[in-house]
Ligand binder design. Structure first.
Ligand code: ADP
Ligand code: ZN
Length: 720
């Protein structure tokens, strides 16, 4: 049966391999063992019950808490050619009856229902005459009062199980807290041997936290770097959502708000525009996200501090479900901590203690100078032991060699002493940087000898330094007030000049790149494919990602498949999808390739390309050289990377210097605008004077031939 599972994975879903644990879970369900699955968002939970559902003879029931989630899942399954339906109040009478009729005729493999529907007499009667092989409880944390979305009807699901003795039960959730997990197990009577917990590390999320100094400007700068991407911005309050939405709209961004103060209709509308790629950015309070499955959310910004690590994790989890890199930016300010503290103070005493603990865990996560994945995963009881994740701000900064930061340490520590060990890092930095701020003047700190002696570093740099001083044990921080005191250890720095080493971050946070740079691909083809996909999606009234995921379009833009066989190799392209949508795409790809004289990249080549991109970033000149060798014109490469032709030529030369060869000398010849005689003369001069430097040849020809021409002919000479 496992072979069958693999075949379905490939032919129906169009995926090549199982993700971690999927295969084990599927095997367990097929053995009809009740199973609990705990996997982060984007981990691939759905396949764990969808594949068994296609293998079982009878039907699989899927209990799901939200209509939007059901709709999304069913749309995706239908696009894959799977017989799936839902029954809920959003259907018209006719559609409802039609679905019921198909269920009666045993035509349906997966039936999605809200818990209350499954508990209703009408549905139970409908199902009583049918063979039910599996009951799936999606978003199973709704069972627990300790979870964030408790749904009382979920608790009663246990009563339904007895009515379907042949059915295996699989419960799935992305909730990482042990308490909720225990609750689910107890409620559904699941035992530990049938529990599968995946790692909560989401490798493709880049985690960045920067001090919030001008949040609107910071946000605009961030967004401006990502013109075509979808993302979510989370704010603390409704008012903030509205203000930010307006401000961003004024700047010309495609943006809509989402919060509890809007009507259901308005909210639904925002959500739908976002899902259909009609709007790129949603500014939301935490209310947004649970009902969406959009896989290509490329960034999540926390404009304000989230309540605790759990909600932070849950919210960033909405980014990058498709496995492609996504950027999670948190703007961190001490003012926000005060806001949250204020809310905590309103709570009862017992709750206060817990909330405070959560908050301080969040603050130390924000302030850490080690890999952010360490405290984050540690919070969920997981140990992260890799030294450099390459996907957080600290790891990227840490890649640089340690610097001598003794003088900075002396300045900072002595300023802490001079101000009486009563203040937090922000105030110390204000004094060091010579601020005229009220607080500085009020305490007359402008008269201190340490006033204004630290202007060489930005606030961001000082903050990062101060965190290192804390982590290195030179400073102790009062957990209540945030004020800093120097430690015994600091005295040797101040008195005997002990050296301190650490990292200095860039003056300004760099929002530009989301590391683990994406695969290089043909952007013009990608844009065409995206347009086509949008047209098709609109006419079918579906979200674009249901037609093909972004990752599929990217793969197409790397490998240019022009035959059915090769198209079927593309990520996420199964048989049914191919026959529904493949034709139109193939036509587009063929026309594009013909117009640009591009050849298909074969399977074998693809494999080697793939492996290399996996093991790390290939240098750009290698990528460019390889692209050239697959038949892509220089003009295309220039457009693709958005660089000058000269740069492409230089990159190709570098490629040759690496000992590799270029296989299309004639392309260079056709680029040259020199007469054949001139060309011959240049080539002779290369033989005479060598190719390493162009100047001798340039001089030899009395400056009559431009350097660009020489670059072109040098490549011709070397690849000939
Ligand atoms: P979850 O429910 O855990 O958040 P999903 O089931 O929605 O995650 O899966 C996230 C994305 O990953 C979906 O687009 C899904 O189709 C894709 N996916 C799942 N399993 C695989 C796999 N084995 N290979 C490639 N993609 C997969
Ligand atoms: Zn890291």
């Amino acid at each position: 049966m496992l072979n069958q599972a693999k075949t379905i994975l490939e032919q129906t879903f169009g995926y090549r391999q199982f993700r971690p644990l999927q295969q084990e879970i599927i095997a367990n369900v097929l053995k009809k063992n009740d199973t609990l699955v705990i996997m982060p968002t984007g981990g691939g939970k759905s396949l764990c019950y969808q594949i068994p559902a296609l293998i079982f003879g009878g039907m699989t029931l899927v209990v799901s808490p939200l209509i939007s989630l059901m709709k999304d899942q069913v749309e995706q399954l239908v696009a894959l050619g799977v017989d799936a339906v839902f029954l809920n109040s959003s259907l018209s009478f006719e559609d409802y009856q039609r679905n019921v009729a198909r269920i009666r005729r045993n035509k349906i493999k997966l039936l999605y229902l809200a818990p209350e529907s499954l508990l209703s007499g009408k549905i139970l009667t409908l199902l009583s005459s049918l063979k039910i092989d599996c009951i799936t409880i999606d978003e199973a944390h709704c069972i627990s009062e300790w979870g964030h979305d408790f749904r009382p009807e979920y608790r009663r699901l246990i009563t339904v199980r007895g009515k379907f003795p042949e059915a295996v039960c699989i419960a799935l959730t992305a909730t990482a807290t042990p308490r909720v997990q225990e609750d689910i197990k107890a409620n559904l009577k699941l035992d530990n041997s049938n529990q599968f917990i995946a790692s909560f590390n989401r490798e493709n999320l880049f985690l960045q936290i920067v001090p919030k100094d001008n949040p609107l400007l910071q946000t605009i700068e961030f967004l401006a770097q990502r013109p075509k991407q979808s993302g979510i911005i989370y704010c603390f309050s409704r008012r903030q959502v509205d203000e930010l939405t307006d401000a961003l709209a004024e700047e010309g961004f495609s943006v809509k708000p989402y919060h509890a103060g809007m009507t259901d209709r308005e909210r639904k509308r925002s959500q739908e525009l976002f899902i259909k790629d009609d709007v790129q950015i949603i500014v939301a309070t935490i209310a947004f996200g649970m009902g969406i499955n959009k896989p290509n959310v490329r960034f999540v910004i926390h404009f304000d501090l989230p309540k605790n690590i759990e909600s932070y994790y849950q919210q960033i989890g909405r980014a990058g479900r498709d496995g492609l890199p996504a950027h999670c930016l948190l703007l961190f300010s001490y003012g926000d901590i005060q806001k949250i503290k204020y809310f905590i103070d309103q709570k009862e005493e017992k709750e206060q203690r817990i909330a405070q603990m959560h908050l301080s865990a969040l603050v130390s996560f924000a302030e850490t100078i080690v890999c952010r994945r360490k405290p984050l995963l540690n919070y969920f009881g997981e140990r992260y032991t890799i030294d450099n994740c390459r996907m957080c701000d600290n790891c990227l900064a840490g890649k640089k060699p340690l610097q001598n930061i003794t003088i900075a340490a002396q300045k900072f520590l002595s300023c802490v002493v001079r101000t009486g060990e009563l203040f937090g890092a922000h105030h110390i930095i204000d004094v060091l940087r010579g601020s005229q701020g009220q607080k500085v003047l009020k305490f007359q700190h402008q008269n201190l000898s340490t006033y204004g002696i630290g202007k060489e570093f930005s606030k961001r740099q000082w903050l990062h330094l101060s965190r290192q001083f804390i982590q290195n044990g030179f400073l102790e921080q009062d957990t209540k007030t945030g004020s800093l005191r120097i430690s015994e250890k600091a005295k040797s720095v101040l008195q005997s000049g002990e050296k301190v080493f650490g990292h200095l971050v860039e003056e300004k946070a760099d929002f530009r790149k989301t590391p683990k740079s994406e695969q290089e691909y043909d952007h013009s083809l990608f844009d065409l494919l995206r347009k086509k996909r949008k047209e098709m999606a609109d006419s079918a009234n579906l979200p674009p990602y249901v037609i093909f995921p972004d990752k599929a379009l990217i793969e197409i833009s790397v490998y240019y498949p022009q035959s059915e066989e090769n198209f079927l190799q593309i990520y996420g392209v199964g048989r049914a999808k191919f026959s529904k949508y493949g034709g139109e795409f193939l036509t587009l790809i063929r026309e594009y390739c013909e117009a640009n004289r591009i050849a298909e990249v074969g399977r074998h080549q693809r494999k080697s390309l793939k492996n290399r991109t996996k093991t790390g970033q290939k240098p750009r000149h290698t990528v460019i050289g390889e692209m050239f060798n697959t038949g892509i014109s220089i003009r295309k490469i220039t457009a693709n990377f958005n660089i000058k032709e000269t740069t492409v030529l230089d990159n190709l030369y570098k490629f040759i210097q690496d000992g590799r060869s270029l296989n299309r000398a004639d392309e260079f010849k056709s680029l040259s605008s020199l007469s054949p005689t001139q060309q011959t003369e240049v080539l002779l001069n290369f033989t005479k004077l060598g190719v390493e430097y162009l100047k001798p040849v340039f001089d030899e020809m009395d400056g009559q031939i431009s350097y660009d021409e020489l670059r072109i002919l040098r490549l011709f000479y070397l690849s000939g």
